[in-house]
Design a protein around this ligand. Structure first.
Ligand code: MG
Ligand code: MG
Length: 268
């Protein structure tokens, strides 16, 4: 995955279409996130929604070595960082759950993730979610033609480091387009002024994965789920963005999601 594919404006519009569907899918899933719901139920809701909208779930059928990921969403609860496998786990009050979703439509991928709170979470974990999301936008502010990928990485790192959180290093953001994962890699730590110089038309997914405790992670027995070794909660937020001469264009959006979160709070 070393070649960087710059996208034309027409291609970016197609990626935007996939990205908006991803965003709407996560919002639709978010409607059902509450105590008593299993993670496999969330997966079914998301898959149906994507298919009803004429697209394909991007993660379903994803291969790694000898195993195939057979789900639409990665649902990662509490100490699970990313790549959580949907299953019989039932959400409970105080959980945090990261929903990561990708779709393929018109030959192009979109990718986004959002971490939801189930009921009431502690102040400490609320701050983790807030800071992780902020770090994503700090990274995006540095995604600009002429700057380097390390400028994104260091912006994320500088922000979360102030809080003493652990930055997961084993997993990174990525280019995206006709492939779910393209060059360049976009780490969440690094030096300002280092790495690939960004050009207009570069489309990347930026996705800080931040642990409340230490940064160390391990892969669970299922072969997919990545968890914090110290079992403390982890947060993950992801946007797909297009690099421009000035400010980057964010192709995914949390607006639909946050509208749902607000409606749910009002309903309580
Ligand atoms: Mg993702
Ligand atoms: Mg991604």
């Amino acid at each position: 995955m070393s070649k960087i594919y710059l996208k034309t404006d027409e291609e970016i519009e197609l990626i935007r279409e996939s990205c908006l569907l991803v965003s709407r899918t996560i919002a639709e899933t978010g409607k059902y996130i509450k105590e008593g719901v299993s993670t496999i139920e969330l997966d079914r809701i998301a898959e149906q929604f994507i298919r009803d909208n004429g697209a394909k779930p991007a993660f379903k059928g994803y291969r790694k070595e000898n195993s195939v990921f057979d789900y639409t969403l990665c649902v990662s609860v509490n100490e699970q960082v990313v790549h959580g496998v949907p299953g019989s786990y039932v959400l409970k009050n105080g959980d945090v759950v990261s929903v990561d979703c990708g779709v393929l439509k018109n030959g192009f991928y979109g990718d986004s993730a959002y971490t939801f709170a189930v009921g009431e979470i502690t102040q400490e974990v609320k701050q983790l979610l807030k800071v992780t999301k902020e770090s994503l936008y700090k990274g995006i502010e540095n995604a600009m033609a002429g700057k380097r990928v390390g400028d994104i990485s260091s912006a994320v790192e500088d922000h979360v480091s102030k809080f003493g959180y652990g930055i997961v290093r084993e997993l990174v953001g990525h280019g995206i387009g006709r492939n779910l994962h393209e060059a360049p890699e976009v780490p969440n730590y690094g030096k300002r002024g280092s790495g690939v110089r960004m050009e207009e038309g570069l489309v990347i997914a930026i996705e800080p994965m931040i642990n409340l405790g230490k940064r160390d992670v391990k892969i669970e027995k299922d072969g997919w789920t990545v968890s914090a070794v110290d079992k403390k909660p982890s947060a993950h937020f992801e946007h797909t963005i297009a690099v421009k001469k000035g400010k980057a264009e964010i192709l995914t959006t949390f607006e639909y999601i946050e509208q749902e979160v607000k409606l749910k709070k009002e309903a309580v």
